[in-house]
Design a protein around this ligand. Structure first.
Ligand SMILES: [Zn+2]
Length: 252
């Protein structure tokens, strides 16, 4: 939970606050004994945008705390009288120098240990080049595959980027096929059904290797071999192991 924000005096009349529970099941409130003003500690609202620019995603490295030096999408606190969308557009202009068009809502992210609710939109740049603006050390356009996941500023940054990427790549049909094969594999394995296994495992290995999920393909091959002793699966296992080694080499 959040710690005490340290407010001591009523902002309306200057008297000292006292802590009172006004309703059962609600937290204690800061109440002014003189003018009866209640200071409700509601969340602050921030609005931001995951911006597409030339096929990449625009992120900035924060210059100030919290989380100085870490990457985040443009965004900031919403002013009263401003809509969430206007705030996202304004902050993006201030922080990375881009005019954007809002495409849709990615999500609203809230956490028990944070006083900020972050609302994030998917957007695209209308033109121009990203420039380093207010409160940023660096601005860069990242290829989706190159997002610095271990150097993101906030949990909401990760959630927003994940939401953006799943919007870009809705679940492919091949994953449904994979699920079906995994189910068939579980049934064959549980029943120790060698014939069903001989049908399911080669297909499963093929789907996994096409997705370059070699480690899982190899595990499936080894499991299939133990069940069926099928020479086709043995051959597939060899091929997958070879591809795995090749992929490792390419990475070095
Ligand atoms: Zn007061």
């Amino acid at each position: 939970m959040l710690t005490d924000p340290g407010y001591k005096f009523c902002p309306k009349c200057g008297a000292s606050f006292s802590l009172r529970r006004l309703k059962d099941f609600e937290p204690e409130r800061l109440v002014c004994p003189d003018c009866k003003f209640v200071m409700y500690l509601n969340p602050k609202v921030a609005s931001g945008a995951v911006v597409e620019h030339k096929g990449g995603i625009v992120l900035l490295r924060r210059e100030i705390d919290p989380r100085a030096g870490f990457w985040v999408h443009p965004g900031g606190f919403v002013d009263r009288g401003e809509t969430l969308e206007q705030a996202a557009i304004r902050e993006t202009r201030e922080e990375v120098g881009l005019d954007i068009e809002i495409l849709g809502l990615l999500g609203a992210f809230s956490f028990q240990d944070s006083e900020v609710v972050v609302v994030t939109y998917a957007a695209r740049a209308l033109g121009g080049e990203p420039t380093v603006g207010d409160e940023s050390l660096e601005v860069r356009t990242f290829d989706p595959a190159g997002i610095p996941w271990d150097q993101l500023a906030f949990p909401s940054t990760r959630l927003a980027l994940n939401a953006y990427l799943s919007r870009l790549n809705p679940r492919p049909a091949s994953l449904d096929r994979l699920d079906a094969l995994e189910d068939a594999r579980a049934v064959a394995l549980a029943a120790k059904d060698v014939r069903a296994g001989s049908v399911v495992y080669p297909q499963l290995i093929e789907v996994l290797r096409r997705a370059r999920r070699y480690r899982e393909a190899l595990d499936a091959a080894e499991e299939g071999l133990a069940l069926t002793h099928d020479p086709l699966i043995a051959r597939l296992a060899d091929e997958v192991a070879h591809e795995m080694a090749q992929a490792d080499q390419d990475r070095c």
